[in-house]
Write a protein that binds this ligand. Structure first.
Ligand code: XIL
Length: 757
């Protein structure tokens, strides 16, 4: 691997143990693998405070030295892990009061970094400083650093480390920041401030402890946010655990996740290394750590006999492919920066390009998901214009974006690229349809070829629009919400490579886009269906309930118990043990904060439920109604989905309710029409609230079981957290699996796919 990595201009590494690398007392197979395969190694534990300074002023370097000696003998970089962390501290540190604590920290950093001056290449100076909400970790999250020393302890630590070794690269290392989330945003704000304050920080470490079911979407985007600040980034601790027992399917998915992680790093020019947290299951922390060892295993590239798993081959394969010659996408704009702040980017190293705002275009407007902003052209000016051209138009290309049009009839342009004489392409809406125009040549007499969508433009709804020109087939295609809508073989291929500017949200003042645009990307290739579907995924929250309670990545969020009642797990609908959450009617389950859905817009919910039927009479246990899930409003729940118990089994129903206001306003309910609410069977429930039509629908096992009437919609935005299996009363006695929240309606085809899946 190390040769492949060198060729790809990236380092490949692992956390290692000094003891096992010892030439005399170590393990030959272990030594050989580390020496042959890796060109960077990280001290897994030896440089943590409790090991390196167990008593105040007493420094023990012998174990860490074994790692250093090995690295030097094998021409490897060393990452020193870690100087300030809330964990693995000796007791004496916790007993110090602020003044002594600060000076103990300074002494610690100065001594340890100074001891390895010019020998340790990279330091994880600060490890895991944030809580899940993106705030500095406090005592409830087991850290005293910020509470005792103030927020400045972070900048101080970097400055002291820099003074002790000005040539070492200094990192802030964190987990759960791989996709957009409150934590990732909190980290960005913190780091932006450090950079602004000239704190000597060089890089951000993405730990990347993941599950085999994690989709690592967004990792390269997130990395680019930090490289755009002038920092480097690295994957520092990747491992991909799976619920016991490992099987070929899980190992195959694990390979995907390792491949995505490696590929994400290679796609970002400022990503310098990929380090795994251990390389053989024989010594993986997942097999020994109390949080994981009972239920999880097989997280590394090699099994406990050092036999490579599919993931090892995949990492090799991705490394062999090298860094993409052209960053993919060739241009991307998230358009969600705070008003007036443009992301700094150099078009030569980053696909996130500068753009200038023209007309009434503004940034930072409310966006596609609760946490994304969106560019709003305001319907007056010509919108935003990029400073650089985006795609060559004489070969395949794809333009893809989330938009929310404010009108269906106006002639409006979402994105276009200028040619010398004619527009190189235009993606817009006109007469109630989307259209994609490709002129064949850049001459005044050139012919425009236009493809129009079958589906109509729906104002006020977020929709994902993709326009694709496939030069090989001579086809233009439009996809809406990731699904093929229309295509046309064009009679003439474009023959000219446009070099004009790329415009967002306008072409001329008269064609300015009047809604919001978010997450716009341009690719110099025909993006395949599956990838388009992935870009279009509207899931804003997803809980797979696979028995794990510690993962915080945004697209794989877990529930947590607010009461003392511990969560328990049961077999999911496929019979996989411990893969569905089991609720006894006593737990209070909350999502990890955040704003899962905006209830004043369209949304949809999909969930599998099994009501407990202990006595086998086909009815749910308990004597009353049971809430499957509900969101928090200020005064009332903006919605809830529940089992409503009737006087006899034939009267048992599923029910979805939406109050009309946040003041206790009357709930409007949709009730399943027949007795579909049985105990003891897995049932798929889908709820769709369509803001535009003002209709709520309830699907039970893919069959429409109830519709409105919903005469008025929730007027206030509910931004409370989602409660699972609980509302004010009537907690769920049963199991839940695979809960998803969408900030848009679901089509019947999508509901069918969720039901079948
Ligand atoms: C883990 C080690 O792998 C274990 O051996 C040790 O007992 C606890 O710490 N994030 C980090 C690492 O930054 O330091 C942790 O390492 C894993 C999570």
């Amino acid at each position: 691997m190390r040769d492949l990595a060198s060729a790809a201009q990236v380092k490949i590494g692992s956390a290692v143990s000094g003891e096992r690398l010892d030439p005399v007392t170590g393990e030959a197979a272990y030594r050989q693998w580390v020496g042959d395969q890796l060109n960077t190694i990280t001290t897994e534990n030896e440089l943590k405070w409790k090991h390196v300074e167990p008593a105040q002023g007493v420094f023990t370097y012998d174990k860490a030295n074994k790692v250093l000696d090995f690295a030097e003998a094998h021409q490897q970089d060393v990452r020193g892990h870690t100087l300030v962390w809330h964990s693995d501290l000796p007791d004496w540190v916790g007993e110090l009061q602020p003044t002594e604590l600060r000076s103990a920290l300074q002494t610690h950093i100065t001594s340890v970094v100074g001891n390895y001056r010019d020998r340790v290449d990279v330091w994880d100076v600060v490890n895991e400083p944030l809580d899940d909400q993106g705030n500095l970790r406090g005592s409830e999250d087991h850290s005293f650093w910020a509470e005792r020393l103030g927020a400045s302890y972070i900048a101080d630590a970097f400055r002291w480390a820099h003074d002790a070794d000005p040539d070492a690269e200094l990192y802030l290392n964190e987990y759960g920041i791989e996709a957009d989330s409150p934590k990732a945003r909190g980290l960005y704000a913190l780091v932006q401030q450090l950079v602004e304050d000239d704190v000597p920080i060089d890089g951000i470490g993405f730990q990347t402890h993941k599950l085999e079911t994690t989709r690592l979407s967004g990792l390269s985007d997130m990395m680019r946010r930090f490289t755009d600040l002038g920092l480097e980034v690295a994957i520092t601790e990747v491992d991909v655990r799976m619920p016991k027992p490992a099987d070929p399917g899980k190992l195959a998915r694990q390979a995907d996740v390792y491949g995505w992680a490696t590929g994400a790093c290679l796609a970002v020019p400022g990503c310098v290394s990929v380090t795994t947290w251990g390389f053989t299951d024989k010594y993986s922390w997942i097999n020994t750590h109390p949080d994981y060892k009972e239920d999880w295993e097989a997280a590394t590239l090699l099994d406990d006999q050092y036999t490579p798993k599919p993931a090892y081959g995949r990492v090799q394969q991705v490394l062999a492919a090298g860094r993409p010659a052209v960053a993919d996408p060739v241009a991307a704009w998230r358009l969600d920066e705070p008003s007036g702040v443009l992301r700094a980017a150099d078009a030569s190293t980053s696909p996130i390009r500068h753009f200038a705002l023209a007309g009434d275009g503004v940034l930072g407007q409310e966006g596609r998901t609760p946490y994304l902003g969106g560019f709003k052209a305001g319907g007056v000016g010509a919108g935003a214009t990029t400073l650089a051209s985006a795609v060559r138009t004489d070969i395949s290309y794809t333009v893809t974006a989330w938009i929310n049009p404010s009108s269906s009839t106006a002639d409006q342009v979402i994105a276009s690229q200028a040619g010398t004489n004619r527009n190189a392409f235009v993606l817009g809406q006109r007469a109630g349809k989307y259209y994609f125009t490709i002129p064949t040549q850049d001459s005044a007499s050139g012919v425009d070829q236009t493809l129009e969508s079958k589906a109509a433009v729906v104002p006020g709804e977020w929709i994902h629009v993709t326009a694709l020109w496939n030069n090989g087939w001579g086809h233009a295609q439009i996809y809406l919400n990731g699904v093929w809508d229309s295509s046309s073989p064009l009679w003439n291929k474009p023959t000219w490579a446009s070099t004009g500017v790329f415009r967002i949200g306008g072409l001329a003042a008269s064609k300015a886009f009047g809604g919001s645009i978010s997450d716009l990307r341009v690719y110099q290739r025909a993006v395949p269906d599956t990838e388009i579907a992935g870009l279009a995924t509207p899931v804003v929250g997803e809980w797979t309930f696979d028995g794990h309670t510690g993962d915080t990545s945004w697209f794989h969020r877990d529930a947590w118990a607010r009461s003392d009642a511990p969560l328990t797990w049961t077999a999911n609908r496929h019979g996989t043990a411990d893969s569905a959450i089991n609720l006894t009617g006593t737990q209070l389950i909350d999502t990890r904060g955040g704003q899962p859905l905006f209830t004043d817009r369209s949304y949809a919910i999909s969930v599998w439920v099994k009501l407990t039927d202990a006595n086998g009479d086909g009815r749910a246990d308990g004597t009353g109604d049971q809430v499957v899930l509900a969101a928090d409003g200020t005064t009332v729940s903006p919605f809830y989905l529940r089992f409503k118990r009737g006087s006899t089994a034939a009267d048992d129903r599923w029910q979805f309710a939406m109050p009309v206001s946040d003041t206790g306003g009357a709930a409007q309910t949709v009730t399943s029409s027949s007795s579909t609410a049985r105990g003891g069977v897995w049932t798929h429930l889908a709820v769709v609230w369509n803001k535009t039509s003002g209709r709520a629908q309830l699907f039970v096992d893919n069959t429409l079981a109830g519709t409105g009437p919903v005469t008025s919609s929730w007027r206030a935005r509910a931004d409370g957290s989602l409660h699972i299996g609980v509302a004010q009363a009537g907690n769920l006695i049963g199991a839940l699996d695979d809960l998803r929240l969408y900030q848009r309606t679901l089509t019947s085809a999508e509901i069918a796919a969720l039901y079948a899946g």
